[in-house]
Design a protein around this ligand. Structure first.
Ligand code: S3P
Length: 425
C-alpha cells in the first residue's frame, strides 16, 4: 500500500471508536498484571463493557475517565472467587478469553451470557484447556454456560482445528499460568494482538515459522502493567471505507489500527481497484495511522483461503461491495461465518437478495455476480451488529427506501455508527 498523498476534493474526515479486540485483551491482561495500567482509547463498545463486567466480578478495581481506563492489577493471585455467574453479554471474545484466564485460577467460575452467545461453539476452547489440566464443563455439549475450575495447568503443544484468534488467545492466557511451555501452531495467521500485548508486558513469548506452520509459544510469567493508546477499530473503519467506496466519497479515516493480521480487507479492496493510502504514525505495540480512501470503479477479485482470517469480520461488507463490482466474487473457506453472532452467510445472502443482488450461498461462503442496481427492500440483520452495518452500506446505494430490522445491537461494536454513516449520505 502506498504512502498517503491525497489530492482533489477536500476529503471527508472520520474517526472510529477504539479497537475492540485490543481493548478486551488490554483490560484482561491489565487485570492479570501487578500494578496500575493505563488504557487510553478503550473501546466504548457493548462487547468491551462485558469484559469490564468480568473484571468487576473478579474483584479487579478499575475506573474510566476522559476515555482512559485505569486498571489496578493485583496479579493473578489477586483475582477473587466470583460470587455470581460471570455475564459475558453477547461477546464471544469476552467469554473465550476469560475462560482461558480462569483455567489457571484455583476456584470455580461459571460463565454465561445473552441467548445469542449461548448458541455459539465453545468446545473449541474447552478441549485445549482440558488437555492442560483445567476442569471445564459445557452445559450443553458444545455451548455455554461454561463452568471452569482451574489450577495446576501443564503446557501443551496445540494445533487448533479452526483458525481462531480467540482460541489461540485462550490457550496463551492459560499458558501464562502453566508449568512448562505452551505452544500453538497455526496453519494460517490470525490476529496477533494478544502476542503483541504480552510482549509489551514482559511475558516470555516467541513466534517463529516452523515445519508445521506459525508456532507461538509462551511460558509462565508475571506481567508488567501497561500504558497503551488503543487505535481506532479497523473493522469499524472498514464499514466507513465501504461507505466511501459505494458513495464515491474521498475520505480519511483518522488514527486507525493497521495491524497486518487485520488488513486483509484493505488488500482485497486494492486488488478490486480502490485507491487506499496509509500514513503510519506508530508501529509498536500496534501499527496505527490515517487511512486515505479514493474511490473508483470496482472489479471482482479472487479471495485466497489464507486471507480469510485477516478479513473474517469484513466479509459481509465485501459481499455488499461485490454487488457493485464488475464480475463474479467467490468467497470460500469461510464456514466460520455461520458461527458468529448469527449465521452471517445465510443472513447476508438473504439481505442482499432482498436488496436485488445476484447472490447465492455456498456451504462455506457465498457467490456474488455484479454489478447490480440495489433497490427498495425490507431486510433483516438478524440482531447481528456486523450484518446491520453491512446492509446499511447497501442501503446507501439502493434506489428506494430500505428498512432493516434487527439492528438493535450495533453498539456492541460501533457506538455512534448511525451518526458517522450519515456523513456519507
Ligand atoms: C476476534 C477474533 C475473531 C473475530 C471476532 C474478534 C478476537 O473471531 O471474528 O470478532 O478479538 O480475537 P475468531 O477468533 O473466533 O475467528
Amino acid at each position: 500500500m502506498k504512502r498517503a498523498h491525497i489530492g482533489g476534493l477536500t476529503p471527508l474526515r472520520v474517526r472510529v471508536p477504539g479497537d475492540k479486540s485490543i481493548s478486551h485483551r488490554a483490560a484482561l491482561l491489565a487485570a492479570m498484571a501487578s500494578g496500575t495500567s493505563r488504557i487510553a482509547g478503550f473501546s466504548p463498545a457493548g462487547d468491551c463493557a462485558a469484559t469490564l463486567n468480568v473484571l468487576k466480578t473478579l474483584g479487579v478495581s478499575f475506573s474510566g475517565e476522559d476515555g482512559v481506563l485505569t486498571v489496578q492489577g493485583a496479579g493473578l493471585t489477586g483475582l477473587k472467587t466470583p460470587q455470581a455467574s460471570i455475564g459475558c453479554s453477547r461477546s464471544g471474545t469476552t467469554m473465550r478469553l476469560t475462560t482461558g484466564v480462569l483455567a489457571g485460577r484455583p476456584f470455580e467460575s461459571r460463565l454465561t451470557g445473552h441467548p445469542q452467545l449461548l448458541r455459539r461453539p465453545m468446545r473449541r476452547i474447552a478441549e485445549p484447556l482440558l488437555a492442560m489440566g483445567a476442569a471445564v464443563e459445557l452445559a450443553h455439549g458444545d455451548t455455554a454456560p461454561i463452568t471452569v475450575r482451574g489450577g495446576n495447568l501443564e503446557g501443551i503443544d496445540y494445533e487448533p482445528p479452526v483458525a481462531s484468534a480467540q482460541v489461540k488467545s485462550a490457550v496463551l492466557l492459560a499458558g501464562l499460568q502453566a508449568e512448562g511451555a505452551t505452544q500453538i501452531v497455526e496453519k494460517v495467521v490470525t490476529r496477533d494482538h494478544t502476542e503483541r500485548l504480552l510482549r509489551a508486558m514482559g511475558a516470555p513469548i516467541g513466534t517463529a515459522i516452523g515445519a508445521r506452520g506459525i508456532e507461538t509459544s509462551v511460558s509462565a510469567a508475571d506481567l508488567d502493567p501497561i500504558d497503551i493508546e488503543v487505535p481506532g477499530d479497523l473493522s469499524s473503519a472498514s464499514v466507513l471505507i465501504a461507505a466511501a467506496l459505494v458513495t464515491g466519497t474521498n475520505s480519511i479515516v483518522q488514527d486507525v489500527g493497521l495491524n497486518p493480521t487485520r488488513c486483509g480487507f484493505l488488500r482485497v479492496l486494492e486488488r478490486m481497484g480502490a485507491e487506499l493510502e496509509l500514513d503510519i504514525h506508530a508501529e509498536e505495540p500496534e501499527p496505527r495511522g490515517d487511512l486515505f480512501v479514493r474511490p473508483g470503479p470496482l472489479t471482482a477479485t479472487a479471495v485466497l483461503l489464507e486471507e480469510i482470517p485477516s478479513l473474517i469480520d469484513e466479509l459481509p461488507l465485501l459481499g455488499v461491495l461485490a454487488t457493485q463490482a464488475e464480475g463474479i466474487t467467490v468467497i470460500e473457506g469461510a464456514a466460520e461465518l455461520r458461527a458468529k453472532e448469527s449465521d452471517r452467510i445465510e443472513g447476508l445472502v438473504n439481505g442482499l437478495r432482498a436488496l436485488g443482488a445476484d447472490v447465492r450461498q455456498l456451504a462455506d461462503g457465498f457467490v456474488v455476480r455484479g454489478p447490480t442496481r440495489l433497490g427498495s427492500a425490507v431486510c433483516d440483520a438478524c440482531d447481528d451488529h456486523r450484518l446491520a452495518m453491512a446492509l446499511s452500506v447497501g442501503a446507501l446505494v439502493a434506489e428506494g427506501p430500505v428498512r432493516i430490522a434487527g439492528v438493535d445491537y450495533v453498539d456492541d461494536s460501533f457506538p455512534g455508527f448511525e451518526r458517522t454513516l450519515a456523513s456519507f449520505r
